[in-house]
Design a protein around this ligand. Structure first.
Ligand SMILES: Nc1ncnc2c1ncn2[C@@H]1O[C@H](COP(=O)(O)OP(=O)(O)O)[C@@H](O)[C@H]1O
Ligand SMILES: [Mg+2]
Length: 369
């Protein structure tokens, strides 16, 4: 998909701005706090109805105003489409596609596709496993509805089981109830682990290639799914039986901790560069490069599964990347419409060749150089 026109009105620090982006690269250059991230946020807002910075829509209305709007003309599958989003302090946000009110945001997101990198994404590597599970679950869910359905069923039953462990019922045979949960959990849990393993194999293949490009063939990336369920057996029904056995074996521990200790809700994903654990040994630049390789893989997966070429947004992406990686990154995104923000202290000559792609952001105006 391609954004052909973007128009902001009273959005964040902007009063009124209109731009006609390039079909490929768009580089937004400006000083700190000039409004680069705000501009990128407006793109994600009009394409998905959601900001990557806040859940509170009113924060995006200019301080001195009562409402804000974003209009965009996009090309999806050869069709010209008008998107419009209005935020107001006094009413709910309104989304329109070709002038018609949209009731559910999914009507919008089913037709659009976007991949966003922000510096906060580095937490994916640095922080605990919950973020990594969320990342992989989000990715699988966006291309596999059955996974998304089974994942929420798993979470629901896990919650019920934990609830029973925390508050054993007086007038119920708790062990029988736990036994019922164990059977449901082992089937769903096994499904989730299998899907994650299968998906990570695909992701690993793609990300390895992307990472090799961005690191100029110096680094080999490996992504490994690490389950706390022992899975040495082959075949679905054997795996489920083995899972159930482990769940039953840990019941005393679960009762003691009043929590389910085993299962995909405790699993993790590990990243290795040339065989070394990225979280422990990787430099900032390497960690950033891995996140970018994952994002580029996400874009490829959307193309594969959803058949939509996504828009790529890279906020403040260049710091800690050397000149080779900066150039490799730009060449990796050349088949997508891409929006990149950067501060104006980067060496200007380096970007001379992208002259036609540069926009300068200054004094609440966005100007094409
Ligand atoms: N609702 C708003 N109304 C007006 N200005 C805002 C609003 N929200 C944020 N800003 C201003 O936008 C600036 C930050 O813009 P941002 O896009 O994050 O900058 P950067 O160019 O560094 O990415 C800050 O000066 C902030 O005060
Ligand atoms: Mg910023």
């Amino acid at each position: 998909m391609i954004i052909q026109k973007l128009q902001l009105c009273k959005f964040r620090n902007y009063d009124s701005v209109e731009i006609y982006p390039n079909e490929q690269l768009n580089l937004f250059i400006g000083k700190n706090a000039s409004g680069k991230t705000n501009l990128l946020e407006s793109i994600s807002m009009v394409l998905t109805g959601k900001s990557f910075k806040t859940n509170r829509d009113v924060q995006m209305i200019n301080f001195d105003e009562e409402d804000a709007s974003i209009l965009s003309k996009v090309l999806i599958d050869g069709l010209d489409i008008d998107l419009e989003l209005n935020i107001s302090k006094s009413s709910k946000k309104k989304i329109k596609i070709n002038g018609n009110d949209v009731k559910r945001v999914s009507e919008l997101t089913e037709n659009t596709s976007i991949v966003i990198f922000t510096p906060e994404d580095l937490e994916l590597i640095k922080e605990g496993p919950a973020l990594r599970r969320k990342f992989i679950d989000g990715l699988i869910s966006s291309v596999n509805l059955i996974y998304s359905y089974n994942l929420s069923r798993y979470k629901k039953i896990l919650n019920d089981r934990n609830d029973l462990l925390k508050n054993p019922r007086r007038n119920l045979d708790n062990d029988i109830m736990l036994g019922v949960y164990n059977i449901q959990i082992s089937t769903l849990g096994n499904y989730i682990i299998n899907e994650r393993v299968r998906f990570i194999e695909i992701l690993n293949k793609i990300a390895k290639i992307e990472h090799s490009k961005i690191s100029d063939n110096r680094e080999e990336l490996n992504i490994v799914y690490n389950s706390n369920i022992n899975r040495e057996t082959e075949g679905k029904s054997n795996q489920e039986k083995e899972y159930l056995r482990q769940l039953e074996n840990s019941i005393q521990r679960d009762k003691y901790y009043r929590n389910t200790n085993l299962g995909p809700h405790r699993d993790d994903i590990e990243f290795y560069i040339n065989g070394k654990d990225l979280k422990i040994y990787g430099s900032q630049g390497q960690q950033r490069s891995v996140i970018l390789s994952l994002k580029l893989s996400e874009a490829i997966l959307y193309k594969m599964f959803k058949n939509i070429s996504p828009i790529i947004i890279l906020d403040d992406v260049f710091s800690e990347l050397d000149i080779i990686r900066r150039e490799k990154l730009i060449s990796s995104v050349e088949n997508y419409q891409t929006f990149i923000s950067m501060t104006d202290d980067m060496k200007v000559d380096e970007f001379n060749k992208y002259e036609k792609s540069i926009y300068s952001i200054k004094d609440r105006e966005v100007e094409k150089l």
